[in-house]
Design a protein around this ligand. Structure first.
Ligand SMILES: Cc1ncc(COP(=O)(O)O)c(C=O)c1O
Length: 384
């Protein structure tokens, strides 16, 4: 089992897993069971019914806590289910300050599901934390940020926002999906909750849908565990096994995502047909200085626009790549290309999208861990 003094690679490989006490199996078994036999009513081994507890999920939840330097982890059936659980901490009349640039499904959950239950969402440009401060009211209960954001790679100062949330008596939740715990640990910077779409870098192989929450506070863990078991959006044991296995290679994969991301971002920036590249590793990226202090690298996620600003021109590129597969999602070993305005962010009204800088022709890349030269060649033949 890993401990807090271990370096990242050791931590990712050993987090949450111990040899199985009954057989010595080095990998945590997939406990494919719905219930557990009790010795007498209320006398059990800590497991009663698998919606509440499962040993494979327990190992994963311990691993999640370890890799985010937190005390508690909770696994959910998707990233959106993890977000859903956080908002269920709130009551009608409570206010949430959220980023105006974030994953479209988060925006949809807030506006189309929770707003009708009387929770108020205020969207601001969180890259300038003064906008967050200005939006605080006595009803502010939660500040929700994503950094870097999907898809514009905007960076928000986590420790700056944590000071505001503490003074306001509100929770700060950071969606850390894009950075992964290899690049950034929001709890260390003062956040109360870290959220992940484990579907992405944690799983890493495009074979599972899952979400995670990590926190330090015992009472907050109890509230979120209560929501997890009461609402029931729990992942199955096989999926927990897959994410546990994914975490073991996170550092190796992320190193390569960062290296390839650097090469592809610079190739695009120097391409005569490319107008703008959004990647937080560029020194002239707005808030690059903040990214440098809160992240250990800049990853393989980026977006770009073409000089010919039309959906047709974007579509031509989106359909021409051979290695970059046209698909939603990100963070897997294989490279993906995506059109946010018609795919991942289609649930945001066009007017809102354009206002927040998400152009119709924006193309998003999840740079995988293939050989960078091949990825560059693929983009070269697609953008011609
Ligand atoms: C940044 C971010 N947060 C949350 C989610 C939702 O996660 P899931 O698809 O696992 O429900 C996604 C999915 O793309 C995402 O990119």
């Amino acid at each position: 089992m890993s401990n807090s003094s271990h370096k990242l690679g050791t931590k990712f490989i050993h987090a949450g897993t111990v040899p199985d006490p009954s057989t010595g199996a080095i990998m945590t078994p997939i406990y494919q069971t719905s219930t557990y036999v009790q010795e007498a009513p209320g006398v059990n081994k800590g497991f009663e019914y698998a919606r509440s507890q499962n040993p494979t999920r327990k190992a994963l939840e311990e691993a999640l806590a370890t890799i985010e330097n937190g005390k508690h982890g909770l696994a959910f059936s998707s990233g959106v289910a993890a977000t859903d659980a956080v908002i269920k901490l709130l009551s009608p009349g409570d206010e949430v300050i959220a980023a105006n640039d974030m994953y479209g499904g988060t925006y949809r959950l807030f506006t189309k599901i929770f707003a009708k239950f009387g929770i108020k969402f205020i969207y601001v440009d969180t890259t300038d934390i003064k906008n967050i401060q200005a939006a605080v009211t006595p009803n502010t209960k939660l500040i929700w940020i994503e950094t870097p954001t999907n898809p514009l790679m905007n960076i928000t100062d986590i420790s700056g926002v944590a000071k505001i949330s503490k003074a306001a008596g509100a929770w700060l939740c950071v969606d850390n999906t894009f950075a992964s715990p290899y690049l950034q640990n929001p709890l260390d910077l003062g956040a109360d909750i870290v959220m992940h779409s484990s579907t992405k870098y944690l799983g890493g192989h495009s074979d599972v849908i899952q979400g995670a929450l990590i926190m330090n506070d015992d009472a907050l863990r109890e509230q979120l565990f209560f929501i997890q078991k009461s609402c029931g959006a729990v992942p199955g044991p096989m999926d927990c096994f897959l994410v546990l296995r994914g975490i073991k290679t996170l550092h190796v994969r992320m190193k390569q995502h960062c290296e390839n991301g650097y090469v592809v971002a610079h190739f695009l920036r120097n391409h005569p047909k490319v107008e703008r590249v959004y990647w937080c590793g560029f020194e002239d990226h707005h808030n690059h200085d903040i990214a440098k202090t809160q992240m250990r690298g800049f990853g393989g996620m980026m977006s770009f626009t073409l000089k010919e600003d039309s959906i047709d021109a974007a579509n031509k590129v989106l359909c021409a790549t051979k290695l970059f597969a046209l698909a939603e999602s990100l963070g897997g070993v294989e490279s993906l290309i995506n059109h946010p305005s018609s795919m991942t962010h289609a649930s945001i009204p066009r007017e809102e999208r354009i206002k927040n800088g998400l152009a119709d022709g924006l193309i998003r890349l999840s740079v995988g861990i293939e050989d960078a030269d091949d990825l560059v060649e693929d983009l070269k033949q697609a953008i011609n």
